[in-house]
Design a protein around this ligand. Structure first.
Ligand code: C2E
Ligand code: CA
Ligand code: CA
Length: 784
């Protein structure tokens, strides 16, 4: 119903087409409506003139001649105007849009034509003979059908023409209302309704098609514009080739800085990726995101190519695709990959890359495998450079070490930094003796490192492990190289040690030992012995040092030199050390109160949180005065975590304990540590005492140490005094105390109490030093 309503309304004017036309397209649609209508101009003129002429000819002999002739002349006149307008329009350019007025003008013109045509049946039908009536009826229906067809692009024009013509028809028929004419009227109504309905329908489809075309055209324009924009500005561009691979479009973008390549493949470096591309193009395969590198004269950029073959009528006629310049992404990815695989300070490969290189080496099946060798390099006392010259100096030494090692290894293998002051070399090329290479590396590292005014010195130890045919486990390889390195370090500075299987056995033995040490604490296999410290000139015992002993149920007595180190590495030193502190303080309670007790404390114990409370509790539990206890630490305490360690030392001092520096003079820059903490006592290392009286330099050094200590308000103890002449020299140099086999070996508590008296007891007797000669244990001497 609403459609018919709209259609009927359309007949008399205002209704729009049933399709909603967007306002911004209305003018354009109107221009198409008018253009389509005008395309039929000649048909309209011909049909009108022919029909008008025919009617005039047929009715020329009838009494209505003058009416018909006038009518035909009117039609002819209208057609001449129509023709004139058509000819005028031909000279004008096609219009993109039209106003509503141009539609109205077309409606007006066709309405005039319709009215003139309607006059024919209205004036002539009723008074014509039946044969003429038939002709008039046929022409009227024919004109109506023609108008419906030709004017469907402007329905209002069609409706006004058909409507006015029909009106004339009805007037003609009804002026002689015979049953036949009434029947013809009814038929007319059906025709007109059908025509209006189909015009309306077809017009809807016509507009729909127009709008669809317009949308498609707009989209094509938009795509074209985007593509142009994209090709000019973006890093991606389109390219096409012919069947022979010659570039038809996009060539210039492949080589912005030089001569564009003729074929696609010409633009790229001859490498595996380009060969792959060539192979795919030969096979007419599609490819996607294939990365190739452009040739040097085109600026060495990285391109990602996607392409697919084009076929026309089943025949291959080239490729079309997209190229993208991915140089920036590629370079940043390379940079990230480099950062992930390399050490940022030295630029050497890092630990992960090193392991990957070793694994690759283990996968070799050819002669390279036998040439494989692993060097672990550790800088000796590097920490001292950091501590004394600063971290910037430390960094530049590491950078220089890296450079020197790389200079020696060159292409023979891969040099890596494993972290801190540890480096490694994986030799993976035949030729060259690895031991010789290792020696060269040490020599190179030992050359001085000059920088602004100062000169740093450094040395290195190297553990070496050759890859054998049967090796297949990376972990074992590295662990064994590490064992060799450990052995090299134990030998002092600047040694190369090659792994041998006894080391592995020792390592296993050490593991067992570590296991045993855990149970030793609980199983009462540990005990302390005490070595007296006597006045250097008086010989009166003023104190003693507690030294740890381990009686292993199977292996017998194990020297502390062997197991203290093991305990430190495994962390067991903390519980072992606590046991020592408690036992030594308990012993102090039994010894004459005039005798001080020295306790050795390892760096790792300083790092444990409850060192102070262990001392406080032990002192309180045994009623021992804190001043009687001396804590002996070595220089290494001041090497690592200095600030934290100094804070703990201050706390210990605050408890009233005395702090001694043990093994003084063995360190790299012992004197510099004296500035860091105010020690109560310096224990001059045995190595200086051994040379006393033999080397003038030793006498001078010991003399300087004693003099310096006195200036700084510290007491001095000489360790390992074995001869009377050593004691005499020390006494002459002003050393306060002496400790050594000359007075006594370390003895059990009861023996010490025998010597110095129990608590509370009389002050200890002076101890008479033995004359030069074989060292005699006073305890033994007393016992005998
Ligand atoms: P140290 O603290 O320098 O102890 C002195 C070492 O020199 C002791 O060896 C002692 O027996 C030895 N000695 C003393 N006088 C002479 C002498 O006239 N000639 C010779 N040749 N040697 C002499 P010991 O008892 O084997 O201890 C070795 C090291 O083990 C100690 O060196 C100390 O660093 C460590 N140590 C011992 N007990 C403990 C402990 O309870 N805790 C910690 N952390 N370390 C300990
Ligand atoms: Ca000591
Ligand atoms: Ca010592």
């Amino acid at each position: 119903m609403p459609r018919i309503r709209t259609a009927l309304l359309g007949l008399f004017g205002e209704a729009e087409a049933p399709l909603v036309i967007p306002p911004d397209s209305a003018g354009w649609v109107r221009a198409r409506q008018v253009a389509t209508y005008q395309r039929y101009s000649l048909v309209i003129v011909t049909a009108n003139l022919m029909n008008a002429g025919l009617m005039a000819a047929v009715m020329y002999s009838s009494p209505l001649r003058w009416i018909v002739v006038t009518w035909a002349l009117a039609i002819t006149g209208l057609m001449l105007v129509f023709l004139y307008q058509w000819a005028k329009r031909l000279k004008q350019p096609a219009r993109e849009t039209r106003s509503a007025g141009s539609i109205n003008r077309a409606v007006r013109d066709t309405a005039v034509l319709g009215a003139v045509w309607g006059a024919l049946p209205a004036l002539c039908f009723a008074s014509s003979p039946p044969e003429i009536q038939t002709i008039i009826a046929t022409v009227v229906v024919g004109m109506m059908c023609g108008a419906a067809f030709i004017m469907l692009s402007i329905p209002r024009a069609g409706f006004s023409f058909i409507g006015l013509l029909a009106l004339g028809g009805f007037i003609g028929l009804l002026s002689d209302p015979t049953p036949l004419h009434l029947f013809l009227c009814a038929l007319f109504v059906v025709y007109i309704a059908t025509m209006i309905f189909s015009v309306h329908r077809t017009f809807g489809e016509f507009v729909g098609r127009l709008l669809g075309e317009r949308l498609a055209r707009e989209q094509t324009d938009l795509i074209g514009m985007l593509l142009r924009d994209f090709e000019q500005a973006a890093s991606d561009w389109l390219w096409t080739t012919d069947a022979s691979g010659r570039l038809e479009s996009g060539a210039a973008r492949f080589c912005p800085s030089g001569q564009p390549p003729a074929t696609l493949l010409d633009g790229f470096e001859a490498n595996a990726d380009t060969y792959e591309l060539a192979a795919m193009m030969r096979e007419q395969d599609s490819f996607s995101h294939l990365v190739v590198r452009s040739t040097s004269h085109c600026g060495h950029s990285w391109l990602s190519l996607t392409g697919k073959p084009i076929y026309r009528n089943g025949e291959f006629c080239g490729y079309q695709g997209v190229a993208a310049d991915i140089t920036a992404e590629r370079e940043s990815a390379d940079r990230i990959a480099h950062l992930a695989a390399h050490d940022s300070l030295t630029g050497l490969a890092n630990r992960e890359t090193f392991r990957a290189t070793l694994q690759e080496m283990l996968n070799y099946t050819d002669s390279r495998r036998e040439a494989g060798c692993l060097l672990l390099i550790d800088l000796d006392r590097f920490k001292i450079i950091n501590d004394t010259l600063g971290h910037a100096a430390g960094d530049s030494v590491l950078i220089e070490v890296a450079k020197r090692v790389r200079g020696i290894i060159r292409t023979a293998g891969v040099v890596c930094r494993m972290g801190g002051d540890e480096f490694a070399v994986a030799i993976n090329q035949p030729g060259g003796d690895p031991v010789l290479l290792a020696r060269q590396i040490i020599d190179a590292i030992e050359r001085p490192y000059p920088f602004d005014g100062a000169v740093a010195k450094c040395s290195a130890s190297i553990g070496l492990r050759r890859v054998a045919r049967e090796d297949d486990d990376l972990e074992i390889l590295v662990r064994q190289a590490d064992l060799a390195l450990y052995r090299a370090k134990a030998q002092g500075r600047g040694h190369v040690v090659e792994f041998d299987w006894t080391m592995d056995l020792e390592a296993q033995e050490l593991m067992l030992l570590e296991h045993d040490l855990r149970s030793a604490i609980a199983g009462e296999q540990l005990h302390l012995v005490y070595q007296p410290l006597a006045g250097a000139s008086t010989g009166i015992i003023a104190g003693c040092e507690a030294l740890l002993r381990w009686e292993h149920p199977r292996l017998g007595n194990i020297a502390p030199d062997r197991f203290i180190d093991l305990a430190e590495r495994s962390g067991l030193i903390v519980p072992v050390g606590e046991w020592v502190i408690r036992s030594a303080i308990a012993a102090a309670a039994q010894i004459h109160p005039g005798i001080r007790v020295a306790i050795n404390v390892s760096p790792m114990q300083l790092r444990s949180n409850n060192l102070c409370s262990v001392f406080v509790n032990a002192l309180a539990a045994n009623g021992v005065a804190a001043e009687r206890i001396e804590v002996e630490i070595t220089e290494s305490v001041l090497l690592a975590d200095t600030e934290a360690n100094l804070a703990v030392l201050q706390q210990l001092r605050a408890l009233g304990l005395r702090i001694s520096m043990d093994d003084f003079g063995t360190g790299y820059s012992s004197f510099s540590y004296l500035r860091k903490f105010d020690f109560d006592k310096l224990k001059i290392d045995k190595s200086f005492i051994d040379c006393l009286g033999k080397e003038d330099s030793s006498d001078a050094i010991v003399g300087a140490i004693i003099a310096l200590a006195r200036v700084l308000g510290m007491r001095t103890v000489a360790e390992g005094v074995e001869t009377g002449s050593q004691l005499a020299a020390l006494s002459a140099l002003g050393c306060d105390e002496a400790q050594g086999y000359l007075f006594s070996r370390p003895v059990r508590l009861d023996a010490l109490i025998d010597m110095v008296g129990a608590a509370p007891a009389l002050p200890a007797e002076p101890l008479v030093p033995l004359a030069d000669g074989p060292v005699v244990d006073i305890a033994q001497q007393r016992a005998s």
